[in-house]
Design a protein around this ligand. Sequence first.
Ligand code: ADP
Ligand code: MG
Length: 361
Amino acid sequence: MLKIRGLSKTFAGQEPAQALDHVDIDVAEGQFATILGPSGCGKTTLLRSIAGFEEPSAGTISIAGREVAAGGRSVVPAHERGVGIVPQDGALFPHLSVAQNIGFGLAGKPRRERARRVAEVLDLVGLGGLGARRPHELSGGQQQRVALARAIAPNPRVILLDEPFSALDAYLRQSLREEVRNLLRDIGATVVLVTHDQAEAMTLADHLVVMRDGKVAQAGKPRETYFRPCDIELARFLGDAVVVNGEIPCSAASTSSGSTVSCAFGELAIGSWHGQSGRCDVLIRPENISVRGATDSGSLPGVIGTVVDQSFYGHDGTLQVHIPQLPEKVLVRVMGDQAFDVGESVKLSVDRAVCTYFGPA
Ligand code: ADP
Ligand code: MG
């Protein structure tokens, strides 16, 4: 449904900024794609280029098989692309009612049809009956729903959402996120949502695209990207991790199952390994580390360390553990009722690791 090839965008000016650098992205019909990246990596520029509000410097964009930008030029204007966009700040017209805001993209349609469609999408986003209100008479979450309703009203081929939940408080963000995902799935929409929030990007995505400095760093299913990151930097961006030196024995390389890596935490499973043997960086996620008191009986092998910091979040918590042979403190997740004090000796056991790339030989 959406095919982007070699898309680049440089903003002219005293200090020219290359916002997009040879970006390739494919989004299939009905797919929910999320673009994840830190602030300034080019997410908004990407969405605005797809929508037709930004002229690319190079590359092509095709929507439903039709080139809308090619050779670094926009060839189909924004209003003919069949794209609905929810901009970063919602951008509702303050002087128009909710119904008028939603009806905005339906100009040119007969009045009766327009009113019917407005009522239909208002119901769809759970705001039936609020059409006469002004945006300032709505909560932040309701305003976001209106912005979404306005984008979907003309039945666009592709719906673009620019950090739609970032202005909302944590509880609302979570519930609206699920609601919006279900709603867009139900109507079979093809969606591109951009966010700097890792958890949001991973929970929503059928297809996850991680961006870095205007480039696509990695694209694929969220699970594949999380468990097979292309490098350490991306792995750390997707979630907490400790990285240690490791060695993959010759016998383990190229086997189809049960490979291991040896590192400061012992011999760890890495699943099937198709890389070479030799030195590598071993990435360990907090969820693969279990913690017990150092004097706890039991035969599980482990490494002894000292708790140097602890945080309590209610249902769970985290510990920072110093292990003498490691340069980096190890973050461990614990259940909320698992009490460990700062200064206490603990034993960490690791069941699984991710190997990312080979260090210098
Ligand atoms: P994001 O949405 O990921 O935060 P943006 O797409 O807004 O990133 O910006 C990417 C880069 O392009 C930034 O370095 C930003 O300063 C620059 N940029 C964005 N819009 C403009 C513009 N209109 N003029 C000049 N530079 C811009
Ligand atoms: Mg942005």
